[in-house]
Design a protein around this ligand. Structure first.
Ligand SMILES: O=C(O)C(=O)C[C@]1(C(=O)O)C=C[C@@H](O)C=C1
Length: 148
C-alpha cells in the first residue's frame, strides 16, 4: 500500500526540523529562493510528464514550502531563545534531506495522477506547525483534485 496524500504531506513537514538544524548549524537563512524555484520546477515537470495540469500542483507545492518555512522559523526561534537545546548535528541538507524531499514530492504527483486525492483532509498535526498554517495547507491539498 502506497502512502496516502496526508501521510506524504506530514512526512515532508517532518523533515523540516532537520532542515532547520542544518541551516542553524551553518548559519544559513531559512529561505532559499533558488531552491524553491527548483522544487516548483520539478513539480511542474513531473505533473506535465504525467499528463496533469501543472498549475494546481505548483500552487500546492508553494503552500507546502510556506508551511516548511514556518516550521523552520519556529525551530530557529526556539533554539535562539534557549527554550529548546540547540542542535549539535543534522543530516546533510544537499546529500540527504533534499533528495528525500524530492522523492516525497514525486510520490505526491504520482498519487494525484492516480486520482488518489481525497475529498476531505485533516490538517497535519506536527510540533512547531501553527494550526492556521496546517489548515491552509490541508485546504490547498484539496485543490489537487483539479489537476487532472
Ligand atoms: O531545501 C530547503 O532548503 C528547504 O528549506 C525546503 C524548502 C521546501 O519546502 O522545499 C523550504 C524552504 C526553502 O526556501 C526552500 C525549500
Amino acid at each position: 500500500q502506497e502512502p496516502a496524500l496526508a501521510e506524504l504531506i506530514t512526512d515532508r513537514l517532518a523533515l523540516m526540523q532537520d532542515v532547520a538544524a542544518w541551516k542553524y548549524l551553518h548559519a544559513l537563512p531559512v529561505e532559499d529562493l533558488p531552491r524553491e524555484a527548483a522544487v516548483l520546477e520539478a513539480m511542474a515537470a513531473q505533473a506535465t510528464s504525467l499528463g496533469l495540469d501543472p498549475a494546481p500542483l505548483v500552487a500546492f507545492s508553494a503552500a507546502q514550502i510556506d508551511a516548511a518555512k514556518a516550521i523552520q522559523s519556529c525551530w530557529f526561534a526556539r533554539w535562539t531563545d534557549g527554550s529548546f537545546p540547540a542542535p549539535t548535528q543534522a543530516p546533510d541538507l544537499a546529500a540527504v534531506i533534499r533528495p528525500e524531499i524530492l522523492r516525497i514530492d514525486a510520490a505526491l504527483v504520482a498519487l494525484v495522477a492516480a486520482g488518489q486525492v481525497p475529498s476531505t483532509m485533516p490538517p497535519p498535526s506536527l510540533d512547531c506547525l501553527a494550526p492556521q498554517t496546517a489548515a491552509t495547507l490541508a485546504e490547498a491539498a484539496l485543490g489537487l483534485a483539479g489537476a487532472g
